[in-house]
Design a protein. Structure first.
Length: 159
């Protein structure tokens, strides 16, 4: 949903997230926003995903975003988490997207239509990551905040 090139690079072992200042800022928001709530939540690793804040008692996954705007990709990320939980036999889980900078939350649920869409996305993702060629640059404003910015644009100036 964001950039096929980013997906391909990450899936093919060229991860840069650990060195990105933006990711570091996101981690700080996680730690500071949840410092008093950590005992209530569990970290869950399941089916290739890692959920930082799962409220087992209420069956709610909390996903915290540092962004100052609500994004469809955030919603689909959380829907995918719900899908993975469901496929692992954990039924009735819902999600809450949290935007500490905006002081907003948004409830996320998984519909039958979403399940069908996710199956299509998985097929499309598989095609991208198994492609021989690294996809072309997206070259949109999201590049400025991407951990691959230097990799994609070293020696170039974006407009
Ligand atoms: S910098 Fe832009 S083109 Fe390069 S991977 Fe990131 S989003 Fe894609």
């Amino acid at each position: 949903m964001i950039c096929h090139r980013k997906l391909w690079l990450f899936a093919n072992g060229m991860g840069m997230e650990h060195s990105s200042e933006i990711v570091y800022e996101g981690k700080l928001i996680h730690e500071h926003s949840y410092v008093k709530r950590s005992e209530k939540f569990e970290e869950v690793t399941l089916g290739g995903i890692k959920v930082d804040y799962y409220d087992k008692k209420r069956k709610v996954i909390h996903e915290v975003k540092k962004s100052d705007k609500i994004d469809t990709a955030h919603e689909w990320q959380l829907k995918y988490y719900l899908y993975v939980f469901e496929n692992a036999g954990i039924e009735g889980v819902t999600g809450i997207l949290e935007y500490p900078k905006l002081r907003r939350t948004s409830e996320v649920i998984l519909s039958e239509r979403d399940r069908e869409e996710i199956i299509i996305f998985e097929k499309e993702i598989s095609e991208v990551i198994h492609s021989e060629q690294c996809p072309d640059k997206t070259e949109t404003k999201i590049c400025r905040n991407c951990s691959y910015y230097d990799f994609c644009f070293s020696g170039e100036e974006m407009d």
